[in-house]
Design a protein around this ligand. Structure first.
Ligand code: FAD
Length: 388
């Protein structure tokens, strides 16, 4: 594994840093936070940079399958705001990646052009009121009637559903008893008759809204079944495919970006704040905390790079991606809390300072995208630790 960043990756970081300086002033970030929404035009502006196609094949206008680069984009955007990386993920990840990996030829031709420009946004509808980690139990029902599919049920926590054009929705398409065998993915337009969206207030990740979605006799064409005939009742295989690996890397990259932002803020603050006649960076306790968080950050970066390079090279990666998700989201939480408590003090607790936002945002990482406990289960199972 090469630890040096390639010219391409350095160029991506540079482009994004100039984009953020130009398009994302503090006033805009504060507005996204206060209004809990980010203007759709930010997605189109991001689309113009070309990075929405980092996991879309070149024959469809994308940049190939650049998994490392995609994690770098998520990391850099999150350093600015989780709202920004969330809306990027709605075109590049939920849409671009999933349609590229699993869509039919017709779905790719129809949807990828708009996903590449950031004009089409996808939300991800897996969780339900009674279904979290145990996804094989989804209850939202899809019934096939000729060339139509009728959907009834509800999804919960669907990020960005209120701004999305489509929800990539996991449904039960056959008898419940068959569990994993009778699941399908549907591409459901959010403007469908019978579909309603209600916001759920949450403590952080503002700007990436969290929603309940109800489906009441929502009717879509069969051509919106992911993978078409081959995908009907086959969602478990789609879910467990290569896209899952990147789905574990995305929250890891986001958590890394959050932790980097917090460390940068605490590092700078420690050199301005004077207590006991000297800058607090001169106090040994503060110096040790800042050394520890820099060290943890470096470990997180290396874990993410290792897991992402395995996925990019299509090598066995399930253990590495689970370890990365577990380690980085948990350590990012510790890093941000240490910066807040031991360096920023009261200014890390007050509204209007970035640190308070970072604390609220970082807490979601270990919950979403396969919780910490689920990753621990994965690692022990994949490494064949006997259960008895
Ligand atoms: C801000 C936010 C945004 C979200 N966005 C989306 C989204 O866009 N789309 C989407 O589909 N979902 C989304 N989610 C939902 C998220 O993916 C779920 O919260 C997650 O899957 C866990 O489900 P749960 O919270 O219902 O917990 P549960 O599954 O009910 O688990 C509760 C606790 O029990 C533990 N647990 C459960 N099963 C086991 C087990 N087998 N072994 C050990 N421990 C276990 C869990 O780790 C957890 O600590 C979002 C959630 C939040 C908070």
């Amino acid at each position: 594994m090469d630890f040096q960043e390639s010219e391409d990756i350095l160029a991506i970081r540079d482009t994004l840093s100039r984009f953020i300086a130009r398009e994302c002033p503090d006033s805009a970030i504060q507005q996204w936070e206060a209004q809990d929404t980010i203007p759709r035009e930010m997605s189109v502006k991001l689309g113009k940079l070309g990075f929405s196609g980092l996991c879309v094949p070149e024959e469809y206008g994308g940049l190939g399958r650049n998994v490392i680069a995609m994690t770098v984009v998520l990391e850099e955007l999150t350093r600015c705001s989780i709202a920004l990386s969330a809306i990027y993920n709605m075109s590049a990840g939920y849409g671009g990646l999933n349609i590229s990996e699993s869509g039919t030829e017709e779905q790719k031709k129809r949807l990828l052009p708009g996903l590449l420009t950031g004009e089409i946004l996808f939300a991800y509808g897996l969780s339900e009121p009674d279904v979290g980690a145990d996804l094989a139990n989804v209850k939202t029902r899809a019934e096939r009637k000729g060339d139509r599919v009728i959907v009834n049920g509800s999804k919960r926590w669907t990020s960005g559903a209120d701004v999305a054009d489509y929800i990539y929705t996991l449904v039960r398409s056959g008898p419940v008893e068959a569990k994993r065998k009778n699941l399908s993915f549907l591409i459901i337009p959010t403007n469908s008759k019978g579909l309603t969206i209600t916001r759920i207030p949450v403590m952080g990740a503002h700007g990436s809204s969290t929603n309940d979605v109800q489906f009441q006799d929502v009717e879509i064409p069969f051509e919106n079944v992911v993978q078409g005939e081959a995908g009907w009742n086959n969602a478990w295989n789609i879910l467990a495919g290569p896209a899952l690996e990147i789905e574990k890397l995305s929250p890891s990259a986001i958590a890394l970006g959050q932790a980097e932002a917090a460390v940068a803020e605490a590092w700078a603050y420690s050199q301005q704040r004077v207590q006991g006649g000297k800058r607090i960076c001169g106090h040994q306790a503060v110096r040790h905390v800042l050394s520890d968080v820099q060290t943890k950050l470096q470990a997180c970066r290396l874990m993410l790079r290792h897991a992402a390079s395995l996925v990019e090279n299509r090598q066995p990666s399930a253990v590495a991606t689970s370890m990365a998700k577990l380690f980085i989201t948990e350590n990012a939480k510790e890093i941000v809390l240490a910066c807040q408590q031991y360096v920023m003090g009261a200014y890390g607790y007050a509204h209007g300072f970035n640190m308070e936002r970072y604390v609220r945002d970082v807490l979601v990482g270990p919950i979403i995208g396969g919780s910490t406990a689920i990753q621990r289960n994965n690692i022990a199972n994949l490494m064949k630790l006997p259960k008895e």
